[in-house]
Design a protein around this ligand. Sequence first.
Ligand SMILES: Cc1ncc(COP(=O)(O)OP(=O)(O)O)c(N)n1
Ligand SMILES: Cc1nc(C(=O)O)sc1CCOP(=O)(O)O
Ligand SMILES: [Mg+2]
Length: 383
Amino acid sequence: MRGLYRMLDANWNRAAEGLRVLEDVARFVWNDGPLAERLKGMRHRVRGVLREREGLMAGARDVEGDVGKGMGVRGDGREGLEGLVRGNCARVEEALRSMEEALRSMGLERKAGVCEEVRYGVYEVEGRLAGWLRRVRVARAFDGGVYAITAEEYSRGRGNLRVMREALEGGARIVQYREKEKSYRAMYEEARAIRELCREYGALFVVNDHVELALMVEADGVHVGQDDWPVEEVRRVVGPGMVVGLSTHGPAQAQEAVERGVVDYIGVGPVFPTSTKKDVCAPVGLEYVAYASREVRIPWVAIGGIKEHNLDAVCELGARCVAMVTEIVGAEDVRGKVRRVRERVEGWRERGPEPRWVKEWEAVLARQEAPTDQTRPTGEEEP
Ligand SMILES: Cc1ncc(COP(=O)(O)OP(=O)(O)O)c(N)n1
Ligand SMILES: Cc1nc(C(=O)O)sc1CCOP(=O)(O)O
Ligand SMILES: [Mg+2]
């Protein structure tokens, strides 16, 4: 029993300390009173669970004889506030899990249940943070971005990896891996390599259609169309940390996408005629771009037949992000092409109309650290 009390003592303190750090971040950094209160309540519950056995734990304590002394705390490699919060969530979860096991083995089922409940509460806080960080990344990438999509068949004999490297060098902020013909194995190898490249350049990496591939290569996001997997299921499977994009081809689909509450951005297109996508619908035209600019409350990207020569028509309506396939991958000088497109998109960002999503996401774009209700864009799900 002494060993179990030693184990409880160490983890009881670890859990309470970790919860205290999270509470202080919620209180002093995020200014999120309700979250701070909740974390405080969790800390008190954990403290309460073993208070009457404090003497037994103190009696079992043997700091000098601890074989794990000096092992240090393992961080998760992330820096700044994110690292602090993630590290402490992990610390609390591990400590509570350990307490649960010890308490169960002592026949203290009710106390173990309290630890389990608090542990689930911490998962929720972690999910909330992941959702917040996801939105910050999306907002930044889509506000003045070029979204490059792979298509080896139009790449003048060059491989996807080489073309996407050049696109990233030119300043693409989002890269989508879209392949329809390759084997799973070939897609896996290629997606993994492009994923690494995107990390190097700080760009978002999105996988088209294949949720399982996105998970395997730890992509930042997954893009699905109207006839692909339902977005609710995609969100359920990928969790709060991954970006989910959905293609839309008209105002009704855009409204529905926002109302569903689980989508981070929508594709708006095809704006112009395109033969890149085989089963594409008729062009939706610039009217849909104008609608998106006026009405859509989440980030969106214009797509379909967009070229350097018709880019201005899309941007002057308020598009802050443009997706291109053939115009980029088929360019002789991919780097130069993306650089010019990006400069034009950024130029319009300065002088063009402000789309509705940018107004509504002002706080996210300003990168406030708080995942509070006030700063969450309207219509967004609570992660
Ligand atoms: C950014 C972006 N928008 C739209 C699409 C098209 O998706 P979908 O309709 O599922 O068609 P396929 O690309 O799967 O043929 C997209 N991929 N990316
Ligand atoms: C993949 C895709 N999705 C579209 C949509 O409207 O949802 S249009 C499209 C193809 C875009 O290729 P390009 O830039 O070569 O015209
Ligand atoms: Mg698809």
